[in-house]
Design a protein around this ligand. Structure first.
Ligand SMILES: [Zn+2]
Length: 100
């Protein structure tokens, strides 16, 4: 039997307490260390906003999708989708340039 240890996606603490259910039926947890909410089993594409901006920031700095892919274990398709979303929201720092 696999014991799943949950960690807070925000601070990495394992001090999570059950905190009701999300609208999609997933168990929600609240972190006692930082007080923020976490979801159970976030899907591979369900990166947190913070994680996403961290990755996008790294991408701006290194401009290498392949490097990002290796470093963060996120597929370049995912990152590319985020960049497009960012462009649509008009808050991209790479205005005028395009990801190859
Ligand atoms: Zn936390």
């Amino acid at each position: 039997m696999v014991t799943l240890t949950l960690h807070c996606v925000h601070c990495g603490s394992d001090q999570l307490v059950r905190n009701g259910r999300a609208s999609n039926g997933k168990q929600r947890y609240k972190c006692r260390a930082c007080g923020r909410q976490s979801r159970e089993n976030p899907s591979p594409n369900g990166y947190s906003e913070e994680r996403r901006s961290e990755i996008l920031k790294a991408l701006h700095e290194r401009s290498s999708l392949r490097g990002i892919e290796r470093t963060f274990g996120v597929s370049r398709n995912t990152v590319t989708a985020w960049m497009k979303k960012d462009l649509r929201r008009g808050n991209s720092q790479v205005r005028g340039s395009r990801a190859a």
